[in-house]
Design a protein around this ligand. Sequence first.
Ligand SMILES: [Mg+2]
Length: 282
Amino acid sequence: MSNQDPATFFKNISAKLAQSTPANQNVSPLLTQVDQGNGASQQTSSSRNNAAAAAGGNSRTVHASALIERVRYIRNQPKNTSPIDASAHPSLLPAPAPHHRNKKCLILDVDETLVHSSYQETGKHDLHLSIDLDENTTVNVFVAYRPFLQEFLEAISPIFEVVVFTASLGKYCNPLMDAIDKKRLLGNLRLFREHCSLVSSTFVKDLSLLGRNLDQVAIIDNSPVAYLFQQRNAIPITSWFDNPDDDELRRLIPVLKALAEAPNVYEVLDNYNALLQLQQQE
Ligand SMILES: [Mg+2]
């Protein structure tokens, strides 16, 4: 495992599975609430880092038999548990642009995935936004960028149809993303709080409503509740606040390159998430 690139690594797991699997098994007012300490967010930073490292070819051993067993378990989970009939719902996204037609759709969360924003000045911010909430109220927001943010955006923008999807408000997210993505590498597909489904007072990003085939969609989000209805499309990432040594965005790049080349997202993500889950147990 240690000398393989991620695409080969994932392909080999799939090949082993094919050999061993019987044929018949197949809120604040503006920003998102931080789910630090939330039971739904159980994976530790180190476990995710280790899994990402494994995918990149640099980690401790996970037994192949345990990995195959876990992948098999994940593959038996439903792909979509949304209570909403997507065929009776307008698509959240317009039809794909011509240059995106053969690319997978990558959903990117914002708060604690790409940046950390605060109403208080910390002295470490990269961006200051002054946002009018209404005629009489202006709020200051101080934004710190997660390490390797620009490198990450430059790596993913040519190979995916990227959609920024936040449970925050557009009046915060739009100036923020305009500042981060000055060259408009990501295009202009953005979804906000009003596009989320409200479930027990939390915001769920229902990927079945995007107007894309689910097997061509992946989501990077620090909050597991965001992908509650389509967990097999998830690329978990730890919540980032201020750690200058964090490198999860950079570590995800080879995984995403493998994902972009795969026939469908489950070929890579079922294996990737099996690995994450096993390393979480160690
Ligand atoms: Mg978030």
